[in-house]
Ligand binder design. Structure first.
Ligand code: ZN
Length: 323
């Protein structure tokens, strides 16, 4: 499905087969000079064909377009290798690029998950089927780094880059003040909650995410263009909901720990999730993985706030309300 949201700014809905996200919203700015494609879809024939068909319908030749990618996840970055030519400028951010450059597979994440109580053998099998490993970009062209506050022009639009770490370390939104448009990537979504996972003790992604939400709340926006699902008008009501959601989650984690010390996997099993399964044991392993990463982002936040402590016994990490 294609719609013109604003003059020469289109949304192409790219289907994401077998994912609960359903679609990726690719935004395209048509210009007689260089067009701009913002986010692409998985490196999957279904995505590629949907995007190509959409571009053709609006008269954009991909070889005359540049790319802006909000963050490194495969549903946004995946088609870069099929779209980029020698002339394409691919705009991206430094922190996510460093993750791509230093990527050595899921090993460190698996080890971290194991220390936090996750049954690693089940996870290893699930990761082999994960869209991120199967449908990522085949190669990474030279990337042009943009930083917070940089500008990027396309057609009649002049966007300002707004760095919004949280969903990933380097996630970046685009704000167009004159047209009051916000390209939000996966920072602000409606109907679904952006996933904030933590798989390293060096990070505090939930803190970064909440700070990035505060940053957004100060922008004057009439239309919010997210990476999935439907568009929003002013994002502030949704920002308030997302903030409240995470405060409630933090309280839930503290209530679980009031029963006694637990590891992250056990805590995730006791949290409430919007997943259609009666028992934690019946969750697909990929969902357990997301849930545990999400639990860990809340645990890291509470730990840095000084509200909980960890203790390590053997290989395992447990969290506790006690000093
Ligand atoms: Zn996404």
């Amino acid at each position: 499905m294609i719609e013109e949201i604003s003059p020469d700014l289109f949304r192409i809905q790219v289907p994401l087969p077998n994912t609960p996200l359903k679609f990726l919203n690719s935004y395209v700015i048509r210009s007689p000079r260089r067009s701009l494609i913002i986010d692409t879809g998985l490196n999957h024939d279904i995505c590629f064909e949907a995007l190509q068909t959409g571009l053709k319908q609006i008269g954009v030749d991909p070889s005359g377009a540049d790319l802006f990618i909000t963050h490194l996840h495969a549903d946004h970055f995946g088609l870069v290798s099929r779209l980029a030519t020698a002339d394409t400028r691919v705009y991206f951010n430094r922190p996510d690029a460093e993750i791509i450059e230093s990527w050595e597979g899921f090993g460190p994440m698996l080890e971290y998950a194991g220390h936090n109580g996750f049954p690693v053998d089940r996870l290893r099998a699930a990761l082999a089927a994960h869209p991120g490993s199967r449908f990522g970009s085949e190669w990474v062209p030279p990337l042009e780094m943009l930083a917070d506050g940089d500008s990027i022009e396309a057609g009649p639009y002049r966007f300002r880059c707004v760095s919004t770490p949280g969903h990933t370390l380097g996630h970046m939104c685009l704000y167009e003040p004159r047209h009051r448009l916000l390209i939000a990537g996966d920072h602000i979504l409606i109907d679904i909650t952006p996933n904030i996972q933590c798989w390293s003790d060096a990070e505090n992604p939930l803190k970064a995410y909440l700070e990035s939400l505060d940053k957004m709340a100060g922008l004057d926006v009439a239309r919010t263009l997210p990476g999935h699902r439907r568009l929003m008008a002013d994002p502030r009501p949704r920002i308030a909901e997302l903030q409240a959601h995470h405060q409630a989650r933090l309280a839930e984690v503290l209530a679980i720990l009031a029963e006694g010390p637990r590891n992250a996997f056990e805590i995730a099993a006791r949290m409430t999730w919007d997943i259609q399964a009666d028992r934690w044991e019946d969750f697909p392993v990929a969902q357990q993985w997301f849930a545990t990463g999400e639990a860990l982002s809340h645990l890291r936040y509470l730990e840095e706030e000084g509200k909980i402590t960890r203790f390590t016994a053997g290989e395992g990490v447990r969290f506790s309300l006690e000093e």
